[in-house]
Design a protein around this ligand. Structure first.
Ligand code: BES
Ligand code: MN
Ligand code: ZN
Length: 489
């Protein structure tokens, strides 16, 4: 767990905060973002020299290190154009400052909120950035000669509760990243279940785990089919947080927990197959959100459901051509064993629809390579049945700066997943609208009249973005912030 766990808040004089370094913002007019008079003598000269030399530009995302006398250190973070400050700029600033601390082995920092950063969400975003930027995944390094972790950060001015909230949400994201970054031989379905139980303990949740025998008997033929090729025990995990009135409908979150996707008999090519350890990032979203719920303890009902297994080949594995029966009784013709995510989600969506009377169901899955073709690593593909739900998802997406883009689920696409011999098939029209085919398939397993939206996070769950608060090439924990915002916690 290498990241900041706690961030302090101070409303007093920054000079009294005991940290190794300070961090202050600057706009691109090269004027500091707050009164900085009384800059102590150690730093004043260093800062004015750096400004005179045009070493600092004040661009969003920029973090420059200024060293004064007696080893005094200031990080100057760019805020872009004056008057255009926003939360994402502060999140990037927080992330960049933490990364600079780690790179320079600076133990702690006082992050000075800009004077025009009064919005409480700005403070939350800065705290999120500080935690997320401090994140390192080094669990498997035994020979790192010079390991370094940040010890502390203090946000100076801004809003105290917002610091706490931002820290909690970012800790949820970091928990998700940890589980997601672990390889398939470590982050097994049992490991995911253990994390769910630990989160449940913190948050007073009821956590139920069905094993292979149980969920097979219950009629989850789709999950059982995918799991038939592996001896690693599969799990069906349910987390119930009932913080609201008994009669209040729960919001249900479903996450694909495919701990390694080889493709099964329809095997994937070797190149990049290792990346399929990330095929459980949908379950990471559920765990990350539930971790934040456990700490924030909102007065509402939220249920998390995770179907979890590997997808392997071998003589016991399910085959192309097999017909499986899902939990809601619908039959599925398997035409490609690599389209396994939608199968395990079929049982989870059916279970959620039958056993809860959900206000809505949202699911998260690294479901299709096609979403990367359509949207790259820039945005999550979303699609669903309820306009109002989708509108609020889009609005949360704008707030938290995690981009989503909606695909249509028109009847033409629903027809493409109809099977000749069963109710549905697990692929759509060849080489066409692959991500929508995934969503169209899932829709058949959502109870009628239940608002539902599917998030295809295959392009956003692990990183290709150059963001100061993410680490390139590893798990991002994207859309966790969005979902916490959507839940209105
Ligand atoms: N987990 C993959 C999707 C994926 C691929 C995520 C690449 C991230 C990067 C999923 O199970 C899968 O294999 N989908 C197939 C579906 C196809 C067989 C209809 C795909 O996208 O190729
Ligand atoms: Mn697959
Ligand atoms: Zn998969």
């Amino acid at each position: 767990m290498a990241h900041l766990l706690k961030i302090k808040h101070s409303s007093g004089d920054w000079r009294k905060v005991k940290t190794t370094a300070i961090a202050v913002g600057i706009y691109d007019d090269l004027k500091l973002s707050r009164q900085f008079q009384g800059v102590n003598r150690e730093l004043g000269r260093g800062l004015s020299n750096a400004l005179a030399a045009k070493f600092i530009k004040g661009k969003v995302g920029e973090v420059k290190t200024v060293v004064g006398k007696k080893g005094a250190i200031a990080f100057v973070f760019g805020l872009g154009k004056r008057g255009e400050l926003n939360a994402e700029t502060l999140r990037r600033a927080g992330g960049g400052v933490s990364k600079a601390c780690v790179a320079n082995k600076v133990e702690s920092v006082a992050f000075l909120m800009p004077i025009d950063g009064k919005d409480t969400y700005y403070t939350q975003a800065a705290a999120e950035g500080l935690v997320l930027g401090s994140y390192q995944f080094n669990e498997f390094k035994t020979m790192d000669e010079d390991p370094f972790e940040m010890m502390g950060a203090t946000v100076v001015s801004g809003n105290k509760q917002a610091v706490a909230k931002g820290t909690i949400i970012a800790n949820g994201v970091c928990l998700a990243r940890d589980v997601e970054n672990r390889p398939g031989n470590v982050a097994t379905p049992t490991h995911i279940a253990e994390n769910a139980k630990a989160i449940g303990k913190t948050g007073g949740m009821k956590v139920t785990v069905f094993d292979r025998e149980k969920f097979t008997k219950m009629g989850m033929g789709a999950l059982a089919g995918v799991a038939s090729g592996t001896d690693v025990p599969p799990k069906f995990i349910i987390m119930e947080y009932m913080g609201g009135p008994k009669k209040q409908k729960p919001k249900v979150l479903v996450g694909k927990g495919l701990t390694f996707d080889s493709g099964g008999i329809s095997i994937k090519p070797a190149a990049k197959m290792n990346e399929m350890k990330y095929d459980m990032c949908g379950s990471g979203v559920v765990l990350g959100v539930m971790q934040a719920v456990a700490e924030l303890k909102p007065k509402m009902n939220i249920v998390g459901i995770i179907p979890s297994t590997e997808n392997m080949s071998g003589d016991k594995a399910y085959r192309p051509g097999d017909v499986l029966t899902a939990y809601n009784g619908k039959t599925i013709e398997v035409l490609n064993t690599d389209a396994e995510g939608r199968l395990i989600l079929a049982d989870a969506l059916s279970y959620a629809s039958k056993h809860y009377d959900p206000e809505y169901i949202i699911d998260f899955a690294t479901l299709t390579g096609a979403v990367v073709v359509a949207l790259g690593h820039v945005a999550t593909g979303i699609m669903g049945t309820d306009e109002a739900l989708i509108e609020s998802i889009k609005s949360s997406s704008k707030t938290t700066a995690e981009k989503v883009w909606e695909f249509p689920l028109w009847d033409e696409y629903l027809k493409q997943v109809k099977s000749k011999i069963a109710d549905v098939k697990n692929v759509g029209a060849p080489m066409q609208a692959g991500s929508i085919a995934g969503g169209a398939f899932l829709e058949a397993f959502v109870g009628e009249d239940i608002p539902w939206c599917h998030f295809d996070i295959a392009g956003t769950a692990w990183g290709d973005k150059d963001l100061p608060y993410q680490n390139k090439g590893t798990a991002t924990g994207e859309v966790i912030r969005l979902v916490v915002n959507l839940l209105r916690i």
